[in-house]
Design a protein around this ligand. Structure first.
Ligand code: DAH
Length: 345
């Protein structure tokens, strides 16, 4: 075979080459470029030809070597890309199936949605307000006197040089709803609130509240108690009971704090309820007539009740969370425990 014929034969072999595995690629490389490979031997033969032939074929020879190397590389890439670089079994059919872990809901939205769900089923709609509030909605319209300590720098995060603040409670949303709608009003307002507090196991500078408001003709304190009793039994179970203790909020009169029989120990006394058998779950009261009037609702015609609860606190009682900071740390050992907990509406 002349040199030219050998070159043509190799070119054709390069063209036809295929490989299914890494071993195939290596075999092909050795057959072409190995010590006794076709290309190597061709170069041996080339050394002995005449100067004239060298000139005529030199370039083609070099190109041939390059394309042999290129072909080896391309086959290797193709084998790797198809994932079949080994000749052994490609998949282990006996291996257990890989279960892709499902994400889960965070306990705070789970509980917030459950609270909202309970109230929506008895006719409350959902309302939202801004997290950056003005003094009027967060304090003034809620009957906070100008020198009330809650307005203090200690408690409130002010923005815009003090004109506005991060809302300290979702009660600001009841003002917005009353200003913008006419009774009957039944609304529930979930959202984030902020207070300038040192972070500890029992306090955080940012947390969640759900606010409730009912304004109509002849709304009574008995309606308030019945509604909250229905709510706590729906969330914690029919065995829990509530009691109300007189309290003070500037925007309600009378005001009360609501305790629930401890759902953890059944009222027997434990660490969570500080051995009293009762845990505080929210504040409430009859909307102060002055607040109704400021918001444009005639207090002679209408009355209302309002309540506000901390979602972290409720979640703590439902799930026995020992430290509020766990809600924010994104530790999967904590979060994993809520995987699969359905959001109920
Ligand atoms: N806004 C109160 C707080 O953040 C909670 C509250 C108490 C809301 C009584 C109310 C209420 O609507 O009537 O502590």
């Amino acid at each position: 075979m002349s040199l030219t014929e050998r070159i043509a034969a190799i070119e054709e072999a390069l063209e036809r080459a295929t490989a299914g595995t890494a071993e195939d690629v290596e075999r092909f490389r050795v057959a072409m470029l190995g010590r006794n490979g076709a290309v190597t031997e061709l170069f041996e033969a080339f050394r002995t030809v005449s100067a004239e032939e060298k000139r005529a074929l030199g370039l083609r020879m070099n190109l041939l070597k390059q394309s042999a190397q290129g072909r080896v590389d391309a086959l290797r890439d193709a084998v790797q890309a198809s994932g079949s670089e080994t000749s052994g079994p490609l998949i282990d059919l006996s291996a257990p199936a890989r279960i892709d872990p499902f994400g889960g809901h965070h306990p705070i939205p789970i509980v917030m949605d459950r609270i909202v769900g309970i109230f929506s089923r008895i006719g409350f709609n959902v309302s939202h307000g801004p997290e950056v509030e003005d003094d009027h909605h967060n304090f003034g319209a809620l009957n906070f006197p100008p020198d009330h300590p809650a307005r203090d720098m200690q408690d409130t995060f002010f923005v815009d040089g003090g004109d506005r603040a991060l809302r300290t409670h979702t009660s600001s949303v009841q003002v917005r709803v009353m200003e913008n709608s006419k009774p009957p009003i039944r609304t529930i307002s979930p959202g984030r609130v902020y207070r300038n507090e040192a972070i500890s196991a029992r306090a955080h500078c940012m947390f969640h509240q759900v606010e409730g408001l009912y304004v109509d003709k002849e709304v009574s304190f008995a309606d308030l108690k019945g509604t909250l009793d229905h709510f706590t039994k729906s969330l914690f179970g029919p065995e829990v009971t509530i009691r109300m203790r007189p309290s003070y909020f500037p925007f309600t009169e009378p005001s009360a704090e609501v305790d629930m029989s401890c759902s953890i120990c059944g009222g027997q006394g434990c660490n969570i309820c500080k051995h009293s058998g009762w845990v505080e779950i929210m504040g409430c009261g009859m909307v102060d007539p002055a607040v109704l009037a400021i918001c444009g609702i005639d207090p002679e015609l209408y009355s209302g009740f309002a309540f506000g609860m901390g979602v972290e606190r409720i979640a703590q009682l439902l799930y026995r969370v020992p430290d509020l900071r766990l809600y924010w740390e994104n530790d999967v050992r904590f979060l994993d425990q809520f995987t699969g907990a359905a959001v109920q509406r």
